[in-house]
Design a binder for this molecule. Structure first.
Ligand code: MOS
Length: 763
């Protein structure tokens, strides 16, 4: 298949406004007569609120309103479990809980007013360790719940006891992962305009998921969805992060805006963002694995416990993705997996790029290397013996057919690119001096889109103007990932018009049907199909019109390069002449597109079924140098091979790979939010470290294309797969270089220096 616009690395359609600083982000939005609001947050991570005195605050200059939970119509919200407080009422359960909010003529005045608020707390004992939270009879964080368990997902396949009995070798290992911050460049911002164009409220801001924000605001206000309009602004990164935290902010601003009948703007400082936003789930992972002498896996038993923090948030779904990926991309007959989430008084945890996979992959792929060493096999040999190939059956009993299972291909391509075999041989020899080099790899399979989390459908709207130019709307949102460009390319390809002729509109919940959230690396796959669907409807309409007009069979006509062609390649008409004529004769030149993903299934009791309709495969390899004298770790080079089905925009895919590898590296070697009794100690980037350009190795992106029958032009997913593999590859490379096996993330200086994790488990 040859393409004109798809499969091309064209420049982003939003590049100009972004690089010239013209793009309007949430904080740039201004409305006449607007007020500014701030929130007072808790001094404790677990406490009863005995008394709130706002009388002094109300008297402060510029103050228009001071509010507590008692002013919120419906104070609890949540996409899965409605346990999150818009403002804490009787009790705070985490350090980010807001208690009082104030709106004033300026941000300073709002902040000054909050300093006059007096809150009387009675501090409560808290739970800060997930293993403590799960103990029977332990202190309950939410009194109305039976215990601290948020969720338990079991998975059973075969008979693990039998499998372990058949094993020549059994390994039991524990791994832990840490709490981290999304670290998006732009802190959260919303602005709510009351009684706007027949809507009760219009919400603008850095909103990852406009429909989720609309639902939350409507639920909190107790009004209909039609009363709330959400319009997305340019967003300075999200990575899963601007969902519930933005919903809470939007709901607060909406309450104040309606009460005061003036627009209310709220913009978090970086410190406020660190304090209030949800994080990535820390996991405690217990793995037991059995293998025959020649390396065939016989059984795996896994127990994973995720720290949900004070609220459930996305924990039920995040941990569900972990279940599907916990055994890694390996075929074996006997599996027993139990994945849990528990409430604690730590910061709450939710969606973050990867969504429950980076944790289990770190454990799983570290374990494979540990097992290979015990069996005296190479890491590659052990993987090749067990990994999925075409028609393999997964732990949940799904046969991997209908798409290309390309694990062997991604692995081979990554290995070749970084010269793995030669380096592995070289670094396996004795190395002298403190500085030692090693190379490590990890592989994964990942379900595309929501899977059994939710109904997987999306909408689009394309309007062609009489002059042949067009506007594309989608229910899915640009979060910096490049969606606008991808959807524009798809539209141009189907209609045979130029990229420059297409205008891409921001999500506005009034224009397109609810398309779910822009999550789960689903936009290109699901949203792209919806755009293609709308464009195809219009193409058909135009071609049918032309067939009538020129008395041709519609089958012999094509739209290309702004012209209508016949089968022998003769130009019959200009696209714009056709649309002009159609417009003038009253033919509708707009179409909605809709796409619903193929059937999937999941039995939550047994943990079996076909949880995703297709998968992507990836392999990342890290080459490192460890200074065994100081613990300093340098990542020299990383290769990342990802099967994306089809790259709609290869330059953009590479961008995703660079960014994902960078975030995976940060997760692997440096990032860790410090928390003491649930209170966050690292609240800005001077003490919460993320990678800079100085930390980045040479990255070798490898795009593998095996078009998927269900993807638009064969495209699947790339956003999240790029992040999930790095930490394991690096940990394996460090072990290869130094013999130091570290089972806790991050692999920071201290851990690399002493050469072990700071907790028990394994040797
Ligand atoms: Mo994403 S982490 O699925 O918002």
């Amino acid at each position: 298949m040859t393409f004109k616009h798809v499969n091309k690395g064209i420049k982003r359609v939003d590049a100009y406004e972004k690089v010239t600083g013209k793009a309007k982000f949430g904080a740039d939005m201004e409305f006449a007569d607007m007020l500014f609001a701030k929130v007072l947050r808790s001094e404790y991570s677990h406490a009863e609120i005995k008394k709130i005195d706002v009388s002094e605050a109300k008297k402060m200059p510029g103050v228009k309103g001071v509010y507590t939970a008692f002013d919120i119509p419906n104070n609890l919200f949540g996409v899965i479990v409605q346990d999150q407080q818009v403002l804490a009422k009787d009790k705070v359960v985490l350090a980010g809980d807001g208690i009082v909010m104030a709106a004033a003529e300026s941000e300073k005045e709002a902040a000054a007013a909050l300093e006059k608020v007096k809150v009387k707390y009675e501090e409560l004992d808290g739970i800060y360790d997930v293993m403590e939270a799960r103990k029977e009879g332990s202190l309950k964080i939410h009194e109305d719940k039976e215990d601290n368990q948020v969720i338990h997902h079991p998975l059973r396949k075969g008979d693990v006891e039998k499998g372990f009995a058949e094993a020549y070798l059994i390994l039991e290992r524990e791994y832990t992962t840490q709490l981290i911050e999304h670290s998006y460049l732009e802190p959260e911002a919303v602005i709510v305009v009351p009684n706007d164009q027949n809507h009760l409220v219009s919400v603008y801001g850095s909103i990852q998921n406009p429909y989720a924000a609309r639902s939350a605001v409507a639920a909190v206000l107790g009004v209909e969805l039609a009363d709330v309009r959400v319009i997305q602004n340019h967003i300075g990164g999200s990575f899963g992060g601007k969902d519930e935290v933005i919903s809470a902010m939007a709901a607060r601003a909406a309450v104040m805006a309606l009460d005061l009948d003036r627009p209310v703007k709220m913009v978090n400082t970086r410190e406020e963002s660190f304090t209030e936003s949800y994080k990535r789930h820390p996991y405690n992972l217990k793995y037991k694995i059995g293998a025959t002498e020649d390396g065939k896996l016989t059984a795996m038993e896994i127990e994973a416990a995720a720290d949900s923090g004070g609220y459930a948030c996305q924990t039920p779904f995040v941990t569900w993705r972990s279940v599907v990926q916990a055994t890694g991309p390996y075929e074996l007959d006997n599996v027993k997996t139990d994945t849990y989430g528990y409430y604690t008084n730590n910061p709450y945890t939710g969606a973050m790029r990867g969504y429950g996979s980076p944790q289990v992959i770190f454990a799983q792929e570290s374990l494979m290397d540990e097992l290979a060493e015990e069996l005296d096999m190479s890491p590659v040999e052990l993987r090749k013996k067990n990994m999925y190939s075409q028609d393999s059956v997964t732990a949940s009993g799904q046969k991997l057919d209908g798409h290309t299972v390309s694990l062997a291909e991604v692995m081979e391509k990554a290995m070749k690119e970084i010269n793995y075999e030669e380096k592995y041989k070289e670094y396996s020899k004795e190395q002298f001096g403190d500085k030692k080099r090693g190379i490590g790899l990890s592989i994964s399979f990942r379900g595309c889109s929501l899977g059994a989390e939710a109904i997987d459908a999306a909408a689009s709207l394309i309007q062609i103007n009489k002059d042949g130019s067009a506007a594309v709307y989608s229910g899915l949102a640009e979060n910096g990932q490049g969606l606008k460009t991808i959807f524009t390319q798809i539209t141009a390809e189907v209609l045979g018009i130029r990229i420059e002729d297409i205008d891409y509109m921001e999500v506005d919940t009034t224009f397109t049907p609810d398309s779910g959230s822009t999550v789960a690396s689903r936009a290109t796959l699901i949203g792209g199909n919806a755009v293609k669907n709308a464009a195809e409807k219009l193409r058909k309409r135009i071609i049918n019109f032309a067939a009538d007009k020129f008395d041709f069979s519609a089958d012999n006509l094509a739209l290309k390069d702004g012209f209508l062609y016949d089968e022998s390649g003769n130009r019959l008409a200009l696209f714009s002449d056709l649309t002009q004529e159609m417009g003038n004769t009253g033919i509708l030149l707009s179409a909605y597109g809709w796409y619903k993903g193929p059937e999937i299934s999941w039995d939550e009791e047994k943990g079996c079924g076909n949880p995703y309709f297709t998968y992507v495969y990836g392999c990342q390899i890290a080459e490192v140098e460890v200074d065994t004298g100081t613990g300093e770790l340098t990542i020299l080079e990383m290769a990342a091979a990802h099967d994306v089905g089809r790259a709609i925009n290869p330059a953009n895919v590479k961008g995703q790979i660079y960014g994902g590898v960078m975030m995976g590296l940060g997760y692997g070697i440096m990032e860790e939010l410090e928390v003491e009794k649930g209170m966050i100690k690292t609240k800005n980037f001077h003490d919460y470290l993320i990678p800079t350009i100085k930390d980045m190795p040479e990255i070798k992106p490898i795009i593998v294309e095996n078009p998927d029958p269900d993807g638009p032009f064969g495209a699947k997913s790339i956003g999240e797969p790029t992040l999930e593999l790095g930490s394991a590859a690096i940990a394996n490379a460090v072990a290869h270089a130094s013999g130091r096996r570290i089972r806790s993330l991050p692999l920071n200086l201290e851990r690399v220096l002493i050469g072990r994790s700071l907790h028990k488990g394994g040797k």
